[in-house]
Design a protein around this ligand. Sequence first.
Ligand code: MLT
Length: 329
Amino acid sequence: MGFTRRGLIATAAAITLSAGLISGHAAEAAYPERPITMIVPFAAGGPTDIIARIVAEDMSKTLGQQIVIENVTGAGGTTGSTRAAQAAPDGYTLVMGHMGTHGAAPALYPNLKYDPAKDFEPIGLAAGTPIVIVARKDFPPKDLKEFVAYLKANADKLNQAHAGVGSVSHSTCTLLTSQLGIKPTLVPYNGTGPALNDLVGGQVDFMCDQIVNLVPQIEAGTIKAYAIAIPERSPSLPDVPTTKEAGLPDYQVSAWNAIFAPKGTPADVVAQLNAALVKALDDPNTRKRILDLGGVIADKPGRSPEALHELVVSEIARWTPVLKGANGK
Ligand code: MLT
């Protein structure tokens, strides 16, 4: 079989073209090739922001691109979460969601613009965040029993801070106040970072917040901690009793923070992001930063996208009746 000059040129051209396509595809597949945005749907300085910055810093090293935190506040975290759900599914927009935005929100926002269980690709659980009942440092009750009695006697004169309807601080304190049968005045903030500033300043009376936001202030004595709402004391707050020890055994609640990408983000990108998160949570320094703040790090199986999807589904099921009941719906 002879080769004509024309045939050789055509073959060379075909080889060149396919090589270009392969390399072009390869270049296109070199994710990430530019910085990634991680939306934090609350103000800087709060628990969601704290967890996001810790894990993003470590993940950036593995991914070779900066993960830039963008605080997009409002509506109990649903504004930023909606922004993420509607972003291009290309791996360059993520959101640090949590038990509020991806668990409680559907019960409280009838027109929520996203379905937490359908409109995201779960990446993985970053940290569990037990809830602590805290108050301004000169709040009169000296222990949880007195705190409960004081709230029941003075609810109409008391201010409870939270980070917006459906946020963790709002949902978990709704659980508490509905158990106590009281309705204090609710004072909303764009995050429990700013709320904590006002609690330290004595402008509000109490709140239910994620431990990772509170340890330094509790240790410094600038706020008062009454109890932590998990079965065992936290190693980071060894002097803070559990709600069970302190006489409120029914109040058991822990939140969580987790990374999500928009639905349709390619599976290989999801896998790469999950691998970077899993590696971050195995890094001794990153682990220490989270654990010292009282965060809880899941074991390997608990960090998978599948585990996060199951958590979202179960949390929506858990919180919907609690919150609809508390709001008389
Ligand atoms: C909340 O849900 O209360 C938020 O996590 C508070 C925050 O992160 O600022």
